[in-house]
Design a protein around this ligand. Sequence first.
Ligand SMILES: [Zn+2]
Length: 406
Amino acid sequence: MRQSYYHWLPDQQALMLEQTIALAEINSGTFNVTGVNAVADRLIKFAVALGAVEQRIELPHYRQLTDRAEWQEQPLGQAVQLRKHPDAPLQLLLMGHLDTVYGADHPFQQICWLDAERLNGPGVTDMKGGLVVALHALAALEASPLAGRIGWRWLLNPDEEIGSPCSADLIARCAAEADMGLVFEPALADGSLAGARKGSGNFSVRVTGRAAHAGREHHLGRNAIRALCDFISGLDDLNGQQAGVTINPGYIHGGGAVNVVPDRAMARFNIRIEQPEDELWCLQQLEHLQRQIRRQEGIQIELDGRFGRKPKPLGPHLRLFERLRQIGQELGTELSWLPSGGCCDGNNLAAAGLPNIDTLGVCGGAIHSSDEFLLVASLAERARLSAALLFELAQDDPVQWRREGR
Ligand SMILES: [Zn+2]
């Protein structure tokens, strides 16, 4: 192991912390387009010394069902790609997301120290700290004599926190041109990585009925709320019927004045699956439930959504995990991995057939809550781990890692 190539990384800790805070100070809730683009601008400034070719990519608008059960299109921030050494024999795809779950109107906007080791702030761990880890690992590689032995594309998307619906095609295209993927989502607090991951689908449902005066013509109305509730009950009853499948009705809205039979109602739900074949089972159940609702005269039901993230079984990624574990041992870090019910862009890379590790970011906890915290020492530690991985891959025989057919 060429210690000398990255011995300077621990000295970067103060700078890494400063950069993480600078990124976390910009609100970048997924729908805060200005904020998401501002995070990209700042990160690109930090990354200027890498000398990569930069490209900003407009994504299709996000289509969402509003509370009024109407379809609405929303613009998203740009995706960004930084690329270097595209002709090197081994090509890596690094991934990070610019968005967070905290919108501009969310109460959690401030960064504060919980104690000497832990920083609390929106996105410090998921994943602005991870962006900084990737940046410094790449900087270590590019400053070393091994620069140019591996090529890399660093893809930053603006919509990971809503399931990457609009960047999914771009991710798949980039994955097709790479030999392996490195994603900088947070590790667990003890440094464990996520191994196998569940798959996930987000769905919206809209029910339309017929409005009528609740007193004078109640019998003429067709109550959309009642029909939607029937559908949701059927949906929730599917829990427990197929091992590893969970269904979560997560949002519901409908109706208006209580003296009107409501003609519209909508809901959103999420489904998690463990096995690829669960997807078909779920889709058949959804079809069946819709058919039952449609039997009611005067009621229409429309479903939209898909399994944007397929399950990620560990098998195809194990060799890369084992390589990283070996590198960790040489650095004095014991690495282990655990299955996770959560999903991320590592699922998308896996679906595109790309071996990947998707929790190379910082250590911390309570992500997606106002208690989100970063273990600040992990910034330099994890940059060192990723840099070491890059150094070792640069010295491995590229044929060993190259994907067939690339
Ligand atoms: Zn994340």
